[in-house]
Design a protein. Structure first.
Length: 83
């Protein structure tokens, strides 16, 4: 005998996050595997672009911003620029 009862509802609260104002903790929770940020840094007296995981772990450094962003996208991650 089958019933036509509705599927159970997931009452898990979801937090709305404004990505323009993320704290370090919120950025880390978004997913180390999905998001990387690119930040201008000085290396040997020249501007370079560091690629960091969402948790802040530095993963690589590139000579220019476009190469850094392309590297992030090549690894199927979303790039975010940090000023």
């Amino acid at each position: 005998m089958s019933t036509n009862s509705p599927a159970p509802v997931d009452d898990t609260a979801t937090e709305t996050i404004d990505i323009r104002h993320l704290s370090s903790e919120q950025l880390g929770r978004l997913g180390v595997q999905q998001i990387a940020y690119v930040k201008a840094v000085m290396m040997n007296g020249m501007v370079a672009y560091a690629i960091h995981a969402a948790d802040g772990t530095q993963m690589a450094v590139a000579d220019n911003r476009d190469v850094a962003i392309a590297a992030v996208h090549q690894h199927e991650m979303l790039a975010s620029l940090v000023h």
